[in-house]
Design a protein around this ligand. Sequence first.
Ligand SMILES: [Zn+2]
Length: 92
Amino acid sequence: MFQIECPYCGARDEREFHFGGEGHLVRPGESVDDESWAQYLYFRDNPKGVHFEQWCHRFGCGTWFNIARDTVTHEILRVYPITDSRPERKSA
Ligand SMILES: [Zn+2]
């Protein structure tokens, strides 16, 4: 169990949030080949270290946002708006 710093509500228990999967996925255009479509649908980054994720404060303000989290220590390195681009792994 860990705490997540909602950008609008402050630090709250992880149980108030919903994990939305990997952040910064871009849906391919209409004329994409099958391999690229399958890559988008089924393959996800699974690093040992910094991972960029989407979370929603489901039992709070309902806002979606991104976090950069270390998958080994669960340390949250950065919380940032869903509209921001992905930070560099080293600076997360
Ligand atoms: Zn919130």
